[in-house]
Design a protein around this ligand. Sequence first.
Ligand code: SF4
Ligand code: SF4
Length: 445
Amino acid sequence: MKTSLYNNCRPAEVSGRALAFNSFSGALIEVSAEQADFLAGRHSFDPSQVQEKDENLLKDLYRNGFVVDDEVDEFALLKTRHDRAKHSRHQLDITISPTLDCNFGCFYCYQGRMKERMSQQVQDEIIDFIAQHEGLEELKLSWFGGEPLLCLDIIEAMSERIEELSKKMGFTYSAQMTTNGYDLDKERVAILRKCHVDNLQITLDGPPDLHDKRRNLVTRSNGTFWPIIEGIKLLNKAGSTVIIRSNVDKTNIDRVEELIDILADEGLHQNSFYLGQVKPYSEQVKRVSKVFLSKAEMGEHDARVQKYLARKNFKAGADVHFPEPKNTYCSANRTHAYVIDHDGETYKCWAEIGDHSLSLGQLRDLPPPELAEEKMSPCAQRWHDWSPFDEEKGCATCKMLPICMGGCAFSGMTILNNVPECIKFKFNLEETLVKKAAQLRRVPA
Ligand code: SF4
Ligand code: SF4
């Protein structure tokens, strides 16, 4: 037997104890400092020599992947897991942007504004494209913008057709939406429910004075903070899951606690809350690059905010954001995943939407699903070839690989000039493990 490649050991808050996290299996256990030292190193050992008193521990370690059989090649297994997900035709991920227009004028928005809405022809092409995927088991749909709520009629019409198709072809279908959350009332929330848009991500960038400056309406000077709060309440009442995201940089990071206080006063404890990093997605956003936070700084702030959420009794504070093994970092790394704009142009990543020079081509010109890999366009090939398993990326020897899979490929390829962007857990793993262990101790097994 041998110790796993993916053991990460850190001191526990309990004196003399340590926490061991296996990033391949996602398991977390508490062990002695001496056992942690052993697990953290690369050792082969004979299990028959283990003392009787340690036999049960060995069984637990084996069951949870902290020790593995000598012949197991964990790196190869991880790559197989990754490749299977990357090439799978059973799952189709589609992000649809029915318009690139938006009623907000956020300073960090990377998208060029276009007034057009998705035509009937492009809508028909999307339905035909989905129908080409014989044997499809799961469709994951995301509505994106611009601001998708400006085209709720299109979303309603397309959702009906997709639902019909899912019944006919027998695939499951789920939908989510990234929206500014401004234009919501009871009726519109009911339409979203009918369209199975049960999962929404809405952004609040600070307390009202700050949020309203950063996320202002284009045409009017009215604040957007309070209408958004009312929208979130309506969605909560209707049973939707709303994730509140706060896009942070050096100019608003110190006021996140004030925002959380207001959310608590408004009774929004059930909503998940997380920090989004403002990044140089485009030349326009690069102009404000002095205010960006680094990934390491984000890791520190994230830990601080998590603590505050817990203190304020938020569900998001009690459920520690804990790393989980993943097959790919995001859908952009998968072959059968597309972002489609109002015009029918297709992309791999929402950060490239609207930039035709990065398009994979028109949806109607894409190769059929069975030839998607053989007949890839150069733009698709660039995404396909980005792999955390390449020697030169440095991910191959990283213990975070199973929970990171090379990070956001857009950041790696475009912002960091072909250097992978490490996940925040690389910078705050110790704090995360300690908090998770404390949470688990509170909840009897
Ligand atoms: S590559 Fe990065 S920016 Fe693009 S969809 Fe994935 S996580 Fe998002
Ligand atoms: S991107 Fe960084 S944290 Fe992620 S696997 Fe690569 S080296 Fe590790």
